[in-house]
Design a binder for this molecule. Structure first.
Ligand code: MN
Length: 257
């Protein structure tokens, strides 16, 4: 049997399960909030064109308005100044939209401390148990934050001192970007950086280091709890927005049962 026939047969039999890692996209979908001095991204909106009415008697359709970085989305290298010459979202090679996932679970740490930062040693400890991070694949950081994804306030988790959400330390961001073979990092929060990362040096280190090394970000993932630590295959499909810096994406995982 051909590999692709074996794949479809395994999908039909349930030997391979498809897990949706994508948050539903609506006007309720949480979005990133930057410090107030910066420009802000739009929430997702539908604008009805017609709905089986005199504007279009047999058809229903909408225009959409959205930020590129709204909901579950894919960050392209040109999203950051460090990667400004490294390509837009339309030039991400399709081959790089399919890759293996390494799932690092720090749910316990992030639930005890919303400002929890993954350090290099956490990832090295994961590698000691599960093997090296996958070449051409993704590091997915599970924090339990997907449980908050229906609420802007819970997702951002802000108080007078700013947003409190987990992420990576500066050194961990640098190490993942420069020393590991993954092509990107995926998270359950609204951005790849920690809530406090506007105050890090450099600010927003995951963005700065990943984009600057021609790597990618995936955000607001769900259902990572259903993935094994290794072996899942991720399919992440951003729209080819010409000159775009990112795009909402449908992100799926194939998991062998
Ligand atoms: Mn983004």
């Amino acid at each position: 049997m051909s590999v692709l026939s074996a794949l479809t047969e395994a999908l039909d039999s349930g030997a391979i399960e498809v897990i949706d890692l994508t948050a539903p996209l609506s006007s309720q979908t949480p979005v990133l909030e930057l410090p107030p001095e910066f420009g802000q991204t739009a929430v997702f909106e539908l604008e009805e064109i017609s709905k089986y009415d005199d504007r279009g008697p047999a058809w229903y359709w909408n225009n959409i308005r959205t930020g590129e970085h709204t909901g579950t989305h894919f960050d392209a290298p040109n999203h950051w100044i460090s990667g400004k010459d490294l390509g837009d979202i339309a030039s991400v090679p399709v081959r790089r939209m399919i890759g293996q996932a390494a799932v690092l679970d720090v749910t316990a740490e992030a639930s005890a401390n919303p400002d929890f930062l993954v350090e290099v040693e956490h990832i090295k400890a994961w590698e000691a148990e599960h093997g090296p991070l996958p070449a051409g694949g993704w590091l997915l950081v599970r924090t339990g934050w997907d449980a908050r994804s229906r609420s802007q306030a819970e997702m951002i988790n802000a108080d007078e001192s700013g947003s409190h959400t987990p992420g990576l330390s500066v050194e961990a961001a640098r190490w993942v970007a420069e020393q590991t073979p993954v092509i990107g990092m995926g998270v359950e929060t609204v951005g790849t950086d920690a809530g406090a990362a506007a105050g890090f040096d450099p600010m927003f280190p995951c963005h700065s280091m990943l984009m600057g090394n021609n790597k990618y970000g995936l955000t607001q993932l769900q259902n990572l709890a259903q993935l094994p630590p290794t072996g899942a295959v991720i399919i992440a499909g951003p729209l080819p927005i010409v000159n775009g810096s990112g795009s909402p994406a449908r992100v799926l995982a194939l998991v062998e049962r």
